[in-house]
Design a protein around this ligand. Structure first.
Ligand code: NAG
Ligand code: NAG
Ligand code: NAG
Ligand code: NAG
Ligand code: NAG
Length: 426
């Protein structure tokens, strides 16, 4: 049993990398040949930091740069403290409307530098490194970005604005090889999503598939199919909420968490409801979807109740299940050879995230456990401390096999509710 299980897991790890990142055209009836119907980026996962990156081509001559995806980022930015070399770039004047859209406060600087990236009347901005939370200075510039669509195989140059961060060591904490950050924030007019939607006349919608191994390339809005079905047309939606203190981020209205084991009683995790709502004055509380956090974190009281319910359900399903010593960063770990693999399903509780209107997003045993080595499986959830800003932060490891859609235009979050994935151990 153990070796069968392990060999499945090895396949998982080997196939982790290439995935899609898609920008969708919500108005398929329009037929502009000069623009793509949607844009698909390959996503690269950095194995060390578990950050996700895309590659864009920019400047003249064209240079490929890798940017770490940041769901809550206001704008794309690059490190420029050693200069930015491109014949097509332009500084944004601090009196321009574009500068007024950039992060506040904005100061006009009259600098006298000989460096190529510093200009008088520069649009001086500050930006935040999403990993270290350090605030750095820089200026807003524009340059040509070329995008290759998967549908229309050609390059379509467009002028994009981005931050040129001049603070040294500002890339600290980002994946090796990354030259900046792709801010995908929901509100800022300078976020990559807003700029793409203006440049290509798209609705403000994008989707992620962090691990595309179950999908085939096909038709439909995202060109991804599973067993012949257009996955993009099978999404379930729950409203996106706005946190007034953190308006770039993607909050969702999680109402409860259920853990499903063999018996049906007491499946809801007891949670203080206040923790699940956003305090409009302080911005504290609620649930958000993250691309920065690999493992889902929960405020301490939620985490404790969650673990205690989970362990009861797990034991009821499999009385032989043996807990072993914790492996950081996880608390709850199991002896892998005491787990039961029933054909391709791991006999462990499944976890339901329940939204309004009883909509559930469910995760099976293997989706919620992390194989830390061939002998040990850990529950992939982490104690987020007793006073976190956000009560529950949904990490990438939980939703990596799903197609998730961020529909800013309709203010809703979509996920694929597949019924059964045959022959695949999830
Ligand atoms: C619409 O686009 C398709 C595919 O690009 C093309 O074959 C077709 O001729 C276009 N139709 C019109 C009316 O332009
Ligand atoms: C810029 O440098 C020139 C010559 O080095 C100097 O005369 C001028 O005062 C400087 N301007 C500012 C704003 O520092
Ligand atoms: C922007 O303003 C900050 C704070 O006034 C300053 O430290 C920084 O050097 C300025 N940036 C540029 C590029 O001049
Ligand atoms: C895990 O379970 C197997 C089989 O019951 C046992 O041989 C092994 O010693 C256990 N490992 C640990 C670390 O407890
Ligand atoms: C949601 O489901 C629960 C139990 O499954 C049920 O008691 C409740 O009435 C349902 N609510 C709605 C709005 O359907």
């Amino acid at each position: 049993m153990a070796s069968r299980f392990s060999s499945f897991m090895v396949q998982h790890l080997l196939l982790f990398h290439f995935c899609f990142h898609c920008f969708s055209d919500a108005q398929p009836s329009l037929n502009y040949t000069s623009r793509p119907r949607s844009i698909v980026f390959k996503i690269e996962k950095d194995p060390l930091t578990l950050q996700y990156m895309i590659k864009i081509n920019q400047g003249t001559p064209r240079a490929a740069v890798k940017l770490v995806l940041d769901l809550g980022g206001k704008l794309p930015w690059l490190r420029c403290h050693k200069g930015y070399k491109s014949s097509s770039y332009r500084p944004v004047n601090c009196m321009s409307p574009q500068c007024a859209l950039a992060s506040k406060p904005i100061k006009c600087v009259l600098c006298n530098s000989t460096t190529s990236w510093c200009h008088s009347n520069a649009c001086n901005i500050s930006t935040t490194n999403p990993i270290t939370q350090c605030v750095g200075n820089g200026e807003l510039i524009t340059d040509v970005v070329t995008v290759e669509s998967n549908k229309v195989q050609r390059f379509m140059p467009r002028v994009f604005a981005f931050g040129c961060a001049t603070t040294s060591n500002f890339l600290h904490g980002l994946a090796k090889g990354a030259k900046g950050v792709a801010g995908l924030g929901r509100s800022s007019p300078l976020s990559l999503i807003s700029q793409f939607s203006v440049a290509f006349r798209f609705s403000r919608i994008f989707a992620l598939i962090l691990d595309d191994r179950f999908y085939n390339s096909g038709g439909g809005r995202y060109h991804v199919t599973y067993n012949g079905d257009d996955v993009g047309s099978l999404l379930s939606y729950t409203p996106l909420l706005i946190n007034p203190k953190s308006s770039e981020e993607y909050f969702i209205d999680l109402k409860s968490i259920e853990i499903i084991g063999s018996s049906d009683d007491g499946k809801a995790v007891p949670i203080h409801q206040k923790l699940l709502s956003i305090n409009k004055k302080t911005g504290v509380g609620g649930t958000k979807v993250s691309l920065q956090v690999p493992y889902t974190t929960m405020e301490t009281s939620i985490y404790k109740a969650f673990v205690s319910t989970y362990l009861k359900k797990a034991e009821a399903l499999n009385p032989e299940l043996q807990r072993v010593a914790s492996v950081a960063p996880f608390d709850v770990c199991f002896n892998a050879s005491t787990t039961i693999l029933d054909y391709t399903f791991l006999v462990m509780p499944s976890i339901h995230l329940v939204f309004s209107k009883n909509l559930t997003w469910f995760f099976t045993g293997l989706q919620t456990l992390v194989e830390v080595n061939s002998d040990v499986l850990c529950l992939g959830f982490i104690d987020g401390g007793s006073n976190p800003m956000t009560s529950i932060v949904i990490g990438t490891d939980l939703y990596k096999y799903n197609l998730v859609e961020f529909d800013i235009a309709k203010s809703r979050f979509g996920f694929w509710k597949y019924k059964y994935i045959s022959g695949i151990p999830i």
